[in-house]
Design a protein around this ligand. Structure first.
Ligand code: ATP
Ligand code: MG
Length: 382
């Protein structure tokens, strides 16, 4: 976390030591929009080692000329002026080059609204027409969009992210360049794409971003999400992240393309909930036991958003409360007792019989008490 006010102290110290320094990027943009500022980035002609002579620092991105400055209980990413000459076709720069000119540094940045500078005295310096674009609510690349997307294709997705965050329009030329270059997004690493998409999904103007993705057909390049995004565009209410992915994969025949580097937990959650949603769920005791409450609610929410048959959330919660058992640990006959009673060696048969018991209990064909379970057990091993 960091604030503009404290950042000015950092600028002051850098200026005092004889360096140029400015607040740059998102913080200036959000400040001018009267929006909450979360992280303040600073750009300076001081080299990282020179910054480290003045402040307590952590070398968080030396490869990119960035150090994190710890100042008055806040953190600032301080980056030395750069011009990113050499790009590895469509990806991040192979190596960075320092520059002595802040104008170079601004011009390597992605969008005009992200290229504004603020001095220690709160003056705004604008080399790229960012102020006008803020006023006209326009997302426009700095320089030729074709070239800028060829340097780093992730910028296309970033255009949608800023649209979802700010509700701005994407300038026509920039939009057309996205349409022309959309397939280059595959040059970008899976992790960077997912990261930027997740940011996009939490934006308050998400629907606008989806609309632009469809207009530019960019959404076709997001594996497995095409049908989902098109379906969501018909909805009044935008889904939360988990609902969005589950809904997309449900419409993608339950398939989660391997490009999406979710955690195992999330992948499993989306796969299971998509399967349940597509199965015409009844949310009976057996399903609630098998999938658990959370996945059942997720599947139900997806079907609600898709206009399919659904229950009220409270109904599912109530039914879940009433299911006779929620895990095998709730069986009134323990595994050790089963082994003692039958005098058989422990083995896979225990789990097997437990599963049969659970199924019968859930179907109300067997009571979950010691006596009934013992009788059932002895019949099975006879
Ligand atoms: P927010 O923090 O609200 O997501 P931001 O503008 O601060 O927005 P960051 O991703 O934090 O965005 O990046 C900080 C700044 O670095 C941007 O404002 C932009 O100037 C520059 N930047 C980031 N990513 C790129 C990129 N891929 N190409 C060019 N410039 C970039
Ligand atoms: Mg930022």
């Amino acid at each position: 976390m960091s604030t503009i006010k404290t950042a000015k102290g950092v600028l002051y110290e850098l200026n005092k030591a004889g360096y140029e320094a400015f607040i740059v990027g998102g913080a200036v943009r959000d400040h001018l929009l009267n929006m909450e500022v979360n992280d303040v980035d600073i750009t300076t002609n001081a080299r990282p080692y020179q910054v480290a002579e003045i402040f307590r620092t952590v070398p968080t991105g030396l490869k990119y000329g960035t150090v994190t400055v710890l100042y008055k209980d806040e953190q600032f990413e301080v980056t030395t002026y750069r011009e990113d000459g050499t790009y590895l076709d469509g990806r991040r720069p192979e190596k960075i080059e320092y520059s002595d000119s802040v104008e170079d540094d601004v011009k390597r940045r992605d969008f005009t609204i992200n290229g504004l500078l603020m001095t220690e005295k709160s003056e705004i310096i604008d080399y790229v027409g960012g102020r006008d674009d803020l006023q006209y609510k326009m997302i426009r690349t700095i320089g030729n969009p074709e070239e800028r997307f060829n340097e780093d294709a992730l910028r296309m997705l970033r255009a949608f992210y800023f649209q979802a965050k700010l509700g701005f329009q994407i300038d026509k030329q920039t939009r057309e360049a996205i349409q022309n270059n959309r397939k280059k997004i595959h040059l970008v690493s899976d992790e960077r794409i997912l990261n930027e998409l997740l940011k996009t999904l939490s934006g308050p103007h998400l629907k606008k971003a989806f609309k632009s993705m469809v207009t530019t057909t960019f959404h076709e390049e997001l594996p497995g999400l095409k049908k989902g995004i098109e379906a969501v565009l018909e909805m009044d209410e935008m889904p939360y992240t988990d609902v969005f992915f589950t809904l997309c994969f449900a419409l993608n025949d339950g398939i989660i393309p391997s490009e999406w580097k979710f955690s195992n937990k999330h992948r499993h959650r989306y796969a299971q909930a998509a399967k349940l949603a597509n199965s015409g769920p009844k949310y009976d005791a057996y399903e609630l036991y098998t999938y658990g409450l959370e996945l059942s609610l997720l599947a139900n929410r997806v079907n609600y958003q898709l206009g399919r048959e659904k229950l009220m959330r409270g109904q599912i919660e109530e039914r879940y409360e009433k299911i006779p058992l929620q895990s095998e640990l709730d069986l009134k006959l323990r595994a050790s007792e089963m082994i003692a009673l039958t005098k058989k060696k422990a083995g896979a048969w225990v789990k097997d019989i437990q599963q049969q018991m659970i199924l019968k209990i859930l179907k109300n064909e067997l009571k979950n008490d010691k006596e009934s379970l013992t009788t059932f057990l002895m019949e099975q091993v006879k």
